[in-house]
Design a protein around this ligand. Structure first.
Ligand SMILES: NC(=O)c1ccc[n+]([C@@H]2O[C@H](COP(=O)([O-])OP(=O)(O)OC[C@H]3O[C@@H](n4cnc5c(N)ncnc54)[C@H](OP(=O)(O)O)[C@@H]3O)[C@@H](O)[C@H]2O)c1
Length: 288
């Protein structure tokens, strides 16, 4: 079985690495906060560079572009020979970052696949993610076994940058729908309809969506235990807005919803699940 080095044991990275280990892959992990690696139950290394010694495939699942660049900087400056290895980044990053990393790796005769995921912690645990992949098709075919363990629907999208772009497109819909649902719930409450009734009716009406299904309980009980954090959706919408600026394409609704998540961050809700944007609406509407 392939020897895999897994970098990043956050909400998504840990269950994904565990799924590969359970499927029989030889998985060794590294995490910036070493305690998480120690507590993962998986073999770990103390320095990320050690993964380059014997791992054939190195997978990163980090916060965003800056963290991915930081880790690759360590890899490139390690002086170790990485030719012939395959690197897969599953983080949601800016498409320009994906292109830059690809260029650096190809220069060093290593392979690279950009493979961000759609679906949150529960699909990650169950191996039911949707994965969008860009890169060389032959490299993709060689490693499709890995994607088939981690995900259920896999889409190969060709050139570098395309998968990350698609992921950002998806997350504009995700962030905007959740903000709209929270807006509607607070509107209904102010107008005298209780939250449970509103959510139930929305789930049989215009609000019916995977987003509402996934977040209904969180919104109802104001349980913001993190699956997908405010910080992450704010990062993704910021990348989407940057990309749209570069393409001279207006993202009007996304610009507004990014500011709602920005406000959530300003109110110390950044680490919580992005359903906590409900608290921003409550504050704006004078609901305590
Ligand atoms: N959560 C979701 O529902 C979801 C769904 C789809 C896609 N995604 C995407 O998947 C990625 C991971 O999400 P997540 O929820 O697992 O995030 P997370 O829980 O915040 O975990 C982030 C990981 O990145 C590491 N990290 C951050 N900055 C770093 C740096 N400078 N150097 C090294 N490591 C660094 C963290 O290490 P420490 O432990 O040391 O902080 C942690 O392991 C993100 O790009 C996110 O947008 C998330």
């Amino acid at each position: 079985m392939k020897k895999i080095g897994w970098i990043g044991l956050g909400h998504m990275g840990l269950p994904m690495a565990k799924n590969l280990s359970k499927a029989g892959y030889d998985v060794k992990v590294w995490n910036r906060t070493l305690e998480k690696a120690k507590g993962s139950g998986l073999p770990y290394v103390e320095d990320v560079e050690q993964l380059l010694d014997d791992r054939e495939v190195i997978i990163t699942m980090l916060f965003g572009s800056e963290s991915v660049k930081e880790v690759y900087k360590k890899i490139f400056s390690s002086g170790k020979n990485i030719s012939g290895k395959t690197f897969i980044d599953m983080t949601t990053i800016h498409p320009e970052t994906a292109k830059e990393i690809a260029e650096e790796l190809l220069k060093r005769k290593a392979d690279f696949l950009e493979a961000p995921v759609i679906g949150s912690v529960i699909p990650a645990k169950k191996g039911l993610l949707t994965i969008v992949v860009s890169g060389d098709e032959e490299v993709y075919s060689r490693h499709s076994d890995i994607f088939n363990i981690l995900g259920k629907e896999i889409f190969f999208l060709g050139d570098y940058g395309t998968a990350s772009t698609m992921k950002l497109v998806n997350n504009t819909v995700l962030g905007n729908i959740l903000a709209t649902i929270c807006e509607a719930v607070i509107f209904a409450e102010k107008a005298g309809v209780n939250r449970e009734t509103t959510l139930k009716i929305l789930s049989h009406g215009a609000g019916k969506s995977m987003v509402l299904d996934a977040k209904m309980e969180k919104i109802l009980h104001e349980n913001y235990e993190t699956h997908f954090s405010v910080n992450l959706i704010h990062k993704d919408l910021s990348y989407a807005l940057d990309l749209s600026q570069r393409k001279q394409n207006p993202l009007i609704i996304t610009a507004v919803s990014r500011e709602l998540y920005n406000s959530a961050k300003a109110n110390h809700l950044g680490e919580l699940d992005f359903a906590a944007v409900l608290e921003v609406y409550k504050k704006l509407s004078g609901i305590s």
